[in-house]
Design a protein around this ligand. Structure first.
Ligand code: SF4
Length: 322
């Protein structure tokens, strides 16, 4: 049986006047039906570009230079715009950090939800309304019949994010790509929304790609993890294996920077020195070498190959494993 999603050696460039800059440099991963994968890394690692590339929504001057994205065995980057539109919002949905990127401020929630349903499915208005009410109920919006008549500004940030989750699930997609879905919310609401979101994904057996800088959230909610740095996946595998026994120096640094239980208030958290390079300043060799405390001479000159562990879907890109 084919995988739900296979991303194979995907390269995404941005065409600038004088040169092409590489934002994704040959990333590969896969997802089975109902599986959840966390794509993690600092800002600028290429996580969001990866999410947008999967659904062919990379904005110009970005373009897919090579590689393939297969969804249920179909190669998405070969589909026409019309075929792709039929998949987006139907079989694959996206949830963004800022609900106002998705919600139209001048339309009621009900109109927006019903339109989403009626564009993709041949439903009567009454049936679309019934489904919209049911989805709002699933995300625990009280009095959903009344709330359908309200506009986005009449809801709190947390409620708006619940509505976005409801909209993303309207057509029972097989895959949701969620880009920092709770980061804009305060910490207590973040945990509530993530719990609800993950419970719904499990109930409906939906695949999830969770794009986030928050390794703690990924470790609690996903089965697979891919750690990104400067447009590459530097380590991937089973989430619990990677979190409990990280191999790549960057993954180790991210885990060491997490707040630890039992550490006294006011103690300093560990930090990875330096910052993520921009697209115009990616160092030669291993792009992490200027920040790596284990670098070897070869690291400055030669990009590391990908070394697989015992799990055929896991591995690490680092010269230490050569
Ligand atoms: Fe560090 Fe070298 Fe491994 Fe890169 S390849 S992470 S610089 S040891």
């Amino acid at each position: 049986m084919s995988k739900l999603l296979e991303v194979q050696d995907l390269v995404v460039n941005f065409a600038l006047r004088n040169a092409d800059l590489t934002a994704l440099n040959g990333i590969s991963f896969s997802l089975d039906q109902g599986e959840r994968l966390g794509l993690v890394g600092e800002s600028g690692a290429g996580k969001s570009v990866a999410g947008f590339s999967i659904i062919n929504l990379i904005s110009k001057p970005g373009y897919i230079a090579s590689g393939r994205v297969l969804f249920e065995g179909r190669e998405l980057n070969r589909l026409s715009q019309e075929e792709m539109r039929a998949i987006r919002g139907n079989k694959i949905s996206m949830v963004f950090q800022d609900p106002m990127m998705t919600l139209n401020p001048v339309l009621t929630i009900g109109t927006q939800m019903m339109e989403t349903l009626m564009v993709h499915r041949d439903l009567s208005q009454n049936k679309a309304r019934e489904i919209a009410v049911e989805k709002l109920r699933q995300v625990q919006i009280p009095s959903p019949e009344k709330r359908l008549e309200q506009y986005p500004h009449e809801f709190s940030g947390g409620m708006r994010q619940r509505i976005i989750i409801a909209i993303s699930m309207l057509n029972n997609p097989k895959l949701i790509i969620a880009d920092e879905p709770s980061t804009a919310l305060d910490v207590t609401i973040q945990a509530e929304i993530m719990d609800l979101f993950i419970d719904l994904c499990k109930q409906e057996h939906m695949g999830l790609i969770l794009i986030t800088h928050d390794l703690a959230v990924v470790s609690e909610t996903t089965e697979k993890i891919a750690v990104m740095y400067a447009g590459k996946i530097v380590e991937k595998g089973n989430t619990q294996d990677v979190v409990s026994n990280p191999q790549h120096p960057y993954t180790k640094g991210l885990i060491a920077a997490l707040p630890q239980e039992g550490v006294k208030a006011g103690s300093r958290l560990s930090q990875i020195p330096g910052t993520m390079p921009t697209l115009t300043s990616i160092p030669p060799g291993c792009s992490f070498h200027p920040r790596c405390d284990r670098r070897l001479e070869v690291c400055r000159k030669k990009p590391p190959l990908y070394y697989r562990g015992e799990n055929p879907e896991g591995g690490v890109a680092c010269h230490l494993f050569a």
